[in-house]
Design a protein around this ligand. Structure first.
Ligand code: CP
Length: 299
């Protein structure tokens, strides 16, 4: 039986393991095209819109590159130069862009915006990150990167850093819980994973949150992120946790280091210069996975 088709990519919660495995296989088929920097014609005649209400380098450019590699047109948008500046509502923006494009890739600072857009849009919505909530396509490319390293079910993965506000951590924690991978969490006390998420994972998958001290981590893949300073409501809270963790050689040990990027100062330069750091190839894997996502959404 084929895994169900998703019109929209809003949350990792909407996906089950068969669907994720299907997307990993699809991305695998795109990998040679990406590696040879070739193009396919599968989305010729289609138009993808990228609507980013928050800054982005990788998500926006990799979706636009993925669309170009599938021969789709791309229209794009910046909040500053759009009619949002004249007070146009989010609703009216989506209802307008759906007249032009066949799929909308959306990033927005407010949690739940992608779900709302999917409810009102006639064309598929792909969530490129909604506030501190979800970043499902980052998780799919992260899983694709992990699969290139080894059997995901057998990997021991540590999620380290700002687990409270980083949407990539929320999506990845949920997704990894569908696999048999061993997952450990490590963060300063104030930046722990939201309790409703750890409770949900325990309820759905029977897996208890396993916190460890950063020095004690022993894993195959150490996945970290920057402190999401734009999500803090309180300057004092931010001041207290700023520079509260650092990924040094002693922390990484023999593990491979993944990071969604952008990185700021959380990784020691010695680690940045080492072969353990695989975050740029990881960012590259966004292309085959996002080609797979666009094909799936527009099929
Ligand atoms: N990983 C990621 O979402 O990067 P950008 O913010 O640059 O898109």
């Amino acid at each position: 039986l084929e895994a169900p088709k998703l019109k929209d990519f809003i949350s990792i919660r909407d996906m089950d393991r068969p669907f994720i495995e299907k997307m990993l296989k699809k991305a695998d088929k795109m990998l040679p095209v990406y590696k040879k920097r070739e193009s396919l014609e599968s989305l010729k005649g289609k138009v993808v819109a990228t609507l980013f209400f928050e800054p982005s380098t990788r998500t926006r450019l990799s979706f636009e590159t993925a669309a170009a590699r599938l021969s789709s047109g791309v229209v794009t948008f910046s909040k500053e130069s759009s009619s949002q500046k004249k007070g146009e509502s989010f609703h009216d923006t989506i209802k307008t862009v759906e007249q032009y494009a066949d799929c909308i890739v959306l990033r927005h600072p407010l949690e739940g915006t992608a779900r709302y857009a999917a409810e009102i849009s006639e064309v598929p919505i792909v969530n490129g990150g909604d506030g501190a909530n979800q970043h499902p396509t980052q998780t799919l490319l992260d899983l694709f990167t992990m699969k290139s390293i080894g059997d995901i079910d057998k990997l021991k993965v540590a999620l380290v850093g700002d687990l409270k506000y980083a949407r990539v951590m929320h999506s990845l924690y949920f997704a990894l819980s569908m696999f048999d991978s061993e997952v450990v969490l490590s963060s300063p006390e104030q930046l722990r994973m939201p309790k409703d998420l750890t409770d949900e994972v325990e309820g759905v998958f029977g897996k208890k949150a396993d916190y460890q001290d950063i020095e004690d981590i022993d894993c195959d893949i150490l996945y970290t992120c920057r402190i999401q300073k734009e999500r803090f409501m309180d300057e004092n809270e931010l001041r207290r946790v700023r520079s509260s963790y650092r990924i040094t050689r002693d922390v990484v040990k023999e593990a491979l280091l993944m990071h969604p990027l952008p990185k700021v100062d959380e990784i020691h330069p010695e680690v940045e210069a080492s072969e353990n750091a695989i975050y740029f190839p990881q960012a590259g894997y966004g292309i085959p996975m996002r080609m797979a996502i666009l094909e799936e959404a527009l099929r």
